[in-house]
Design a protein around this ligand. Structure first.
Ligand code: GLY
Length: 366
């Protein structure tokens, strides 16, 4: 049947702000001094762990109670209900789209608050203070926002970069070992993708790194931010090269879903996911056995699992683990059709995205 078509062409959409300025501080004291300069009318959102950090006591004491929303900490609160609770507080305070939303916390808080800011009156101003290594090197950079939904990680969300990030590695001193190591897994991922120097630093300075040497941490955070900036400046909305940042994540998100969100740290799942992605790369002839061995030896040096079946699946007696993982992978946001896509590597800093058959996936999971 004949029909008439009329196209509407749009100017490029500006998501939230034109640039993100990353402000680095040696100490939390210096960071909060700067933050205080423009947060008098802001909605501040944090979690109950960060709220009680001794290093932030004076800062929070100076903020009116109603403009500071303290959420329960943890992945299990990364829900649409929590996003709504932020929006309710913003409405109660009669905020406008010119108002500033400030998120102080790890990746859960920065993702949730940024999501709320992005949909509040079609977009409020946003600044973030990532307090975990993972949020500093990955989650808070590049504008991904969101919450979990129906058991699937980050299945609701938007792209909405913060105009400012305030970073101090001093926050990392108060992280639990689990949380700290979770961030290290994202550093390793960034190194494999974009910076051999980062991988060498993790290899040569392992003891200093595990002792949380602050100068080394600052060096690593800056390198990760630079690497991620180069990706998101070219592909903010994940149409092409940003997908590489999901190295290990298709396996990791599936594992987190199968185990129950929050059962293991995101980074531990990512580290195992990297081992599976590299094993898959070798199994389809993409990378040499030597490369797989080098990656495995780094993962093992940091006590991350490279087993086909993650030890937590065995500990929790998950039956038919590989089938459950494959089912969960089919929900992955990167899939463009019914096939499952993976970020794979030919070698260090040499990545591609490939669709892989279920049989091939099964072979590296059981
Ligand atoms: N965490 C992956 C990304 O920001 O694209």
């Amino acid at each position: 049947m004949k029909h008439e078509t009329f196209d509407i062409h749009y100017p490029p959409i500006q998501l939230g702000c034109e640039k993100t300025s990353i402000l680095y501080f040696d100490t939390i004291q210096e960071l909060t001094e700067k933050l205080k300069e423009n947060t008098s009318n802001a909605l501040i959102v944090t979690d109950d762990v960060v709220f009680h950090l001794p290093s932030l006591k004076d800062f929070f004491a100076g903020i009116p109670t109603e403009t500071c929303l303290v959420l329960p900490a943890g992945e299990k609160y990364k829900t649409i209900e929590t996003v709504l609770s932020i929006l309710e507080r913003a409405m109660k305070l009669s905020l406008t789209r010119k108002s500033l939303f400030v998120g102080i916390g790890g990746g859960v808080i920065t993702d949730l608050l940024a999501f709320a800011a992005s949909i509040f009156k079609r977009g409020a101003r946003l600044e973030l203070v990532p307090t975990t290594l993972l949020a500093m090197v990955d989650a808070a950079i590049g504008g991904k926002t969101g919450c979990d939904f129906k058991g699937y990680k980050n299945s609701l969300g938007t792209f909405y970069p913060a105009s400012k990030l305030y970073i101090s590695p001093e926050f990392i001193q108060s992280q639990s070992e689990d949380e700290f190591r979770s961030g290290l897994a994202e550093v390793f991922k960034t190194g494999l993708l974009f910076s051999e120097k980062l991988v060498l630093l993790m290899q040569d300075e392992k003891d200093a790194l595990l002792n949380r040497d602050q100068r080394l941490l600052m060096n690593i955070i800056k390198r990760c931010a630079q690497a991620k900036a180069q990706v998101v400046e070219k592909d903010l909305t994940e149409k092409n090269i940003r997908m590489w940042l999901n190295l290990g994540h298709t396996f990791a998100h599936a594992l987190e879903t199968v185990l129950g969100l929050g059962t293991i740290s995101h980074g531990e799942a990512v580290a195992w996911g990297i081992s599976r992605a590299i094993a898959l790369s070798e199994s389809i002839g993409l990378c040499a056995a030597e490369y797989r061995e080098e990656v495995f030896s780094m993962l093992k040096a940091y006590n991350w699992s490279t087993d086909k079946i993650h030890p937590k699946c065995i500990e929790l007696k998950i039956e038919n683990c590989s089938e459950k993982l494959i089912e969960a992978m089919k929900q992955d946001k990167k899939n463009i059709d019914s096939n499952i896509s993976f970020v794979l590597q030919r070698g260090i800093n040499d990545s591609i995205i490939e669709k892989i058959s279920e049989d091939k996936i099964r072979s590296i999971l059981s």
